[in-house]
Design a protein around this ligand. Structure first.
Ligand code: MG
Length: 259
């Protein structure tokens, strides 16, 4: 069962496998809105708490989102490998079920905190700030420079929840089609950077790169774009530099990451 959504800014069409939960208890207009406002207020309060904890430890936090199968974990593997010896990295690994992704990240030098949203949270389609607050208890922020938060694979819900990150990015796979920025504008608008993944598959697809970039710029004119292949490693270095940040070597004194 899913939980609560800001239904004013997304529709439920073209969204297979996503259970929006039982809203029947909140069907009475004003009361439902009040409850939703309470939930988002609680989330935003804890997001600020998480962000303060990151700031106090001099940690940069990035919330990484995408649809399922776009390549978040594969790109994270590449990213962690590239940052070994350069930055001390923690990962919050969000999945509805299984530790399969957390397993894939083992041995790459990062502290990994696994969050399965299927148990105790009702199979959430996103991470929220209270969940990330719980995961942070498993990370020693004082020994880290960077925390990468792999959100649950979903192009709708994760964009609606601030979890306390400083930067938001998404991985988009060219197998998803050029129209996705127009169909999921809330997500594409919520991020500062898009990693356009699986470019090694371009020869086998009819993906119209120029059209995709045009659609992307239409909903997010200032977004930073990285075209890469997490599988082959092509183009990943520029992405890694963005993830590391311009002030990657700066310690706890730096407070300039808040947005
Ligand atoms: Mg994954």
């Amino acid at each position: 069962m899913g939980r609560f959504h800001r239904h004013d800014d997304h529709d439920h069409g073209d969204h297979p496998g996503h259970d929006h939960g039982d809203h029947s208890g909140y069907a009475t207009g004003r009361r439902r809105i009040e409850i939703l406002e309470d939930i988002f207020a609680e989330n935003d309060h804890l997001a600020a708490h998480n962000r303060a904890a990151f700031d106090a430890a001099g940690v940069r936090a990035i919330n990484l989102m995408s649809s399922p199968g776009a390549g978040k974990t594969t790109l994270l593997q590449r990213t962690l490998a590239a940052l070994q010896g350069r930055l001390r990295v923690g990962v919050v690994e969000g999945d509805i079920e299984t530790d399969l992704d957390a397993e894939r990240l083992a041995g790459l030098g990062a502290q990994v905190a696994l969050l399965n949203t299927g148990a105790g949270f009702g199979g959430e389609c996103h991470l929220d700030a209270p969940m990330v607050a719980r995961a942070l208890a498993d990370l020693d922020l004082t020994t880290l420079d960077l925390v990468l938060i792999e959100n649950v694979g979903n192009l709708v819900c994760p964009a609606e929840f601030d979890v306390g990150e400083h930067r938001r990015a998404m991985v988009f796979s060219i197998t998803e089609g050029e129209d996705k920025p127009l169909k999921y504008p809330v997500m594409f608008r919520a991020v500062e950077a898009v990693a356009v993944n699986k470019i090694d598959l371009a020869p086998y697809l009819d993906f119209d790169r120029a059209l995709f970039l045009r659609n992307l710029r239409q909903v997010n004119p200032t977004v930073t774009v990285f075209e890469l292949s997490a599988r082959t490693g092509e183009g990943v270095a520029a992405w890694v530099d963005w993830v590391a940040g311009p002030d990657a070597a700066v310690g706890p004194a730096d407070q300039g990451l808040g947005s």
